[in-house]
Design a binder for this molecule. Structure first.
Ligand code: UT7
Length: 408
């Protein structure tokens, strides 16, 4: 039993002013706006200017979050900065953020790829729900553009820079983190990798010539992993909270690819209108993607008090993380933190109601599992067919070329 609930009391975001559109990229590499939009949904992204870094953007987003929560940096008990692109390998970027904010608390950097912010949110909730801490600052921030090979069209068109931050506070109002699932499948460690920027391989001249200090990605396996965990992990956390997708007011997915999101929505039978998407404007900002979508939706009123929201992310590792979060009334009452109560996290009271709810959740879970199996089976048939057709077309084109060569 935990004596407190977690509550998001403040939020903020920062994106660089510099906009790079698909048309700008067309001028830099062999790609097209049409390819990028149809394959990913991305239209433009923000890229840092000189002087903008993971730390500077984190500080900016955090200041807004502190102001919104009505607290000062001295009130923070902990800072968790999720990033894979720190200003330096050493020291941890989180300590630089702590210093620049003027906070006097502990701070650590959390590296869990694009899932980092959701990992951080789940971690922060543990500190406040146990009563140990009052206010934890959670940030997701990245300067992915610095680690991109701008000649590699497989990665360069996908990513962008930015930072989002929230304050997770201790509260006696029911809600906050209702359930969580943190996952890792390290067998896919090399699907998203910077091969030579760690202690195994510091970049040598040869590495630099091969661009091994830049991000490499095997898009297809990541795509497959993402579509599976998006629906599976969402279903797991929703069921764990004693809910079905009908009870969920909004879904905030990792903003990697519209096709991945669409596939997950189909499996979960969840409406697109209730899904928060901003990848068309920011691209994939890795650990910043969920908080940027969250903050925008809170700011423009798409997320309201008492809404139950799923946040789900996946990324390098390979990792994934999902939570169900219920927003309490945003107004903070002065005595909110003084009286502790016991949390059950269970929305219904009587044993009968509870049994009925369990049956409803089990039936819904079976339906989603069946839909997922059917869609995976159709992918297993269609993908080889598609590749075969593509290969055939290529062979025919080559054949025609040779015929024509012979004729001439
Ligand atoms: O946060 C996690 C980060 N990673 C992800 O979420 C990535 C997940 N994967 C994906 O989103 C997709 O796999 C991609 C968007 C990366 C690629 O889409 P795809 O439908 O899997 O394309 P593909 O890799 O199979 O490539 C299809 C074709 C290839 O040409 P050929 O071999 O068929 O002639 C590529 O060379 O598209 C080509 N291609 C491009 N063409 C124009 C790849 N990138 C580009 C590009 N512009 N930028």
């Amino acid at each position: 039993m935990t004596p407190y609930y977690s509550k998001i009391t403040g939020w903020g975001m920062y994106v660089p002013e510099n906009v790079v559109t698909n048309h700008d990229l067309e001028k830099m590499m062999d790609t097209s706006d049409e390819w990028i939009v149809t394959r990913t949904g991305i239209r433009e992204r923000r890229i840092v200017a000189d002087g903008e870094t993971t730390v500077s953007m984190s500080v900016e987003a955090s200041r807004q979050a502190l102001e919104k929560a009505g607290i000062g940096p001295e009130d923070l008990d902990l800072i968790i900065l999720a990033t894979s692109t720190p200003d330096y390998l050493v020291p941890p970027a989180s300590s630089m953020v702590q210093d620049q904010l003027g906070a006097q608390c502990g701070a650590f950097t959390l590296v869990a790829g694009c899932s980092g912010f959701v990992y951080g949110l789940a971690t922060a909730a543990q500190f406040v729900q146990t009563g140990a801490y009052k206010h934890v600052l959670v940030i997701g921030a990245e300067v992915i553009s610095a680690g991109i090979d701008w000649e590699d069209r497989n990665t360069a068109v996908l990513f962008g820079d930015g930072a989002g931050a929230v304050i997770v506070s201790r509260s006696t109002q029911p809600g906050g983190l209702l359930s969580m699932k943190l996952g890792s499948d390290g067998s896919g460690w090399d699907a998203l990798i910077v091969p030579a920027l760690g202690t195994k391989h510091y970049p040598s001249h040869e590495h630099i010539a091969n661009k091994d200090h830049k991000l490499k990605m095997k898009g297809r396996p990541v795509f497959k992993f993402a579509t599976r965990v998006m629906s599976d992990a969402t279903m797991d956390v929703v069921a764990q909270a004693g809910l079905t997708m009908d009870d969920i007011d909004a879904l905030i997915p990792h903003q990697a690819n519209q096709r991945i999101i669409d596939l997950a929505l189909r499996r979960l039978n969840f409406p697109a209108e209730k899904t928060i998407v901003n990848l068309d404007r920011y691209g994939n900002t890795s650990a910043a993607s969920v908080p940027l979508a969250l903050v925008e939706a809170l700011e423009d009123g798409r997320l309201k008090e008492h809404d139950k929201v799923v946040m789900i992310a996946f990324g390098a590792g390979l990792t994934y993380a999902a939570v169900v979060w219920e927003f309490q009334p945003f107004e903070v009452t002065p005595d909110e933190e003084n009286e502790a109560i016991l949390v059950t996290n269970w929305p219904v009271d009587s044993a009968f109601q509870r049994k009925m709810q369990e049956m409803r959740v089990a039936a819904w879970k079976m339906k989603v599992q069946a839909r997922t199996k059917a869609s995976e089976a159709s992918m297993a048939i269609m993908l080889p067919l598609y590749s075969f057709r593509k290969g055939l077309k290529k062979r025919m084109q080559n054949g025609n070329g040779k015929e024509e060569e012979k004729k001439s």
